[in-house]
Ligand binder design. Sequence first.
Ligand SMILES: [Zn+2]
Length: 160
Amino acid sequence: MHTTPYLLVQAISPARLDAVRAAGTDGHGNQLSPFAATGSGEPLRCCLRYAGPGEQITLISYAPFDHPSVWTEVGPVYIHAARCAGHTPTGRLPEQLAAGPRVLRTYRADDTMNYDHNTVITDEADLQPVIERLLSQADVATVHVRTLAPQCFLYAVTAG
Ligand SMILES: [Zn+2]
């Protein structure tokens, strides 16, 4: 019997963001500078939805890996300026960020990039079946979902 796999979607951890907000800096030399969202497409990495107009958000530099790794890439992400409800795993992709266009980066269990399975989605396709297929590969443990043109990190997915 086929059952839909549970996908564990990982937003940036609230504890890591609490530390950034408390310090007032992102750890990459940038001071936090909150501003009102335009609501025209700022994806929030704390709760994995788009900001509404007027919500207080801020832009920080962030690296998905929190351990030393040559695969670390630091890039810009929007977060709520203050702590929010965060993301509650549902087993599915976050509703507002579940379709292309996206870049899907594949990593092995040791967090090295698996170039063979990196996938570019150029249209508005549903990402769920593509990510399920990638995670079914023996040598893919994690998929990083990124925007297409700017290639900013959105969220990580593992098989739950
Ligand atoms: Zn948030």
